[in-house]
Write a protein of this length. Structure first.
Ligand SMILES: CC(C)(COP(=O)(O)OP(=O)(O)OC[C@H]1O[C@@H](n2cnc3c(N)ncnc32)[C@H](O[C@H]2O[C@H](COP(=O)(O)OP(=O)(O)OP(=O)(O)O)[C@@H](O)[C@H]2O)[C@@H]1O)[C@@H](O)C(=O)NCCC(=O)NCCS
Ligand SMILES: Nc1ncnc2[nH]cnc12
Length: 295
């Protein structure tokens, strides 16, 4: 699908563009709500549980998502306008401040601001170049536009959990995930989501199967931060065992998920990175299947 909105900015054109940015913002927020509201996620916050967290709950995440409204619209517009990397970075830093103001300084979506922010900006670039909104095109835009800047011009804060884990264990995290164009989503998570949704016609099953495949394969720096490489590997093993036993295709799949969840909570494990990438996967699915061409 290509959207030709290149024209002299008339009122109609401007409203069409605004409508597009608003759609992207809605897709991103809806994806974050879908992730949050998926019940019984291992170690993660959901409507019925705080998972492995004492500092945040469902309301904290609702407040966080509410604070993000408009951010992804702005980032997609920035991409369309070919704004400089530093403008995207500064907008992201500002949004992190707004998030913390809304959550009593709890880190709920720092990674999601980054991950979904660049995905939104890449969509703006695709539209500017009249490229169809496929996940492959969007991720190629990220690599072509910002891989160098992300690798050379993004300040890596030495005290961040991710950078401390990179220094201690050499595990890569969000920066490498985005700068390499979400390879795990393109190659594994999104195909899993499509396949499970097609076979089961059940969004909840598709989301849970996708989350588990992400946990099984991702170098999630949240898991490493809380429990070291050992806990990351144990978490990955638990998710692999769930999938190898049949995943959501098991008749007792909810019980099987609960077993993993209880283990994660017992070990204080929280795969926040995998949760974010589930949201990004759902976002790409929505963009590919629900984007409405206003012109
Ligand atoms: C690029 C930044 C995200 C900074 O990256 P850095 O590596 O320095 O990281 P962290 O501060 O550790 O944040 C990384 C967050 O990214 C998520 N994540 C983890 N692993 C991966 C991965 N392999 N791929 C993708 N994403 C990953 C994860 O975010 C989610 O989890 C957090 C909530 O969980 P929780 O356990 O509560 O986390 P903590 O509070 O840290 O632990 P506890 O104290 O509770 O135990 C939440 O952030 C979720 O989103 C990682 O936390 C970026 O911040 C940056 O540099 N920004 C600069 C501005 C910018 O460029 N913005 C972009 C504009 S478009
Ligand atoms: N539902 C969730 N629970 C805990 N950390 C998260 N990071 C992103 N989504 C999360």
């Amino acid at each position: 699908m290509s959207v030709n909105i290149l024209s002299e900015p008339t009122n109609e054109t401007l409203s069409s563009k605004q409508a597009i940015w608003q759609q992207i913002d809605d897709f991103a927020l809806d994806a974050l709500y879908d992730e949050l509201n998926l019940e019984n996620k291992p170690g993660l916050v959901c409507p019925s549980s705080n998972g492995s967290h004492s500092d945040m709950n469902h309301d904290t995440f609702i407040a966080s998502i509410t604070s993000l409204r408009g951010y992804f619209a702005t980032l997609s517009e920035f991409g369309y306008e070919n704004r400089a990397f530093v403008d995207l970075k500064n907008k992201g830093i500002y949004q992190e401040i707004k998030m913390r103001q809304a959550t009593n300084n709890v880190n709920t979506h720092k990674g999601a601001i980054f991950n979904l922010g660049f995905a939104s900006a890449a969509i703006g670039k695709c539209l500017q170049q009249n490229q169809s909104l496929t996940t492959q095109n969007i991720c190629a835009q990220i690599v072509n536009s910002w891989q160098y800047d992300l690798t050379h011009h993004l300040e890596r804060k030495a005290d961040s959990h991710g950078q401390q884990m990179y220094k201690k264990y050499g595990v890569t995290g969000a920066i490498e995930m985005v700068s390499n164009g979400f390879q795990i989503i393109q190659n594994t998570a999104l195909p899993c989501f499509y396949d499970t949704f097609y076979r089961t016609q059940d969004f909840e099953k598709a989301a849970m199967q996708t989350l588990m495949i992400l946990i099984s394969a991702l170098s999630d720096t949240n898991l490493v931060w809380r429990g070291g490489i050992k806990d990351l590997m144990n978490a990955q093993m638990m998710a692999k065992q769930f999938l190898q036993a049949g995943g959501v295709y098991q008749s007792n799949w909810r019980q099987a998920v609960s077993t993993v969840n209880q283990y994660f909570i017992h070990c204080n494990l929280s795969p926040g990175g995998s949760a974010d990438l589930l949201a990004v996967t759902i976002f790409f699915y929505k963009v590919e299947n629900e984007f409405n061409n206003p012109v």
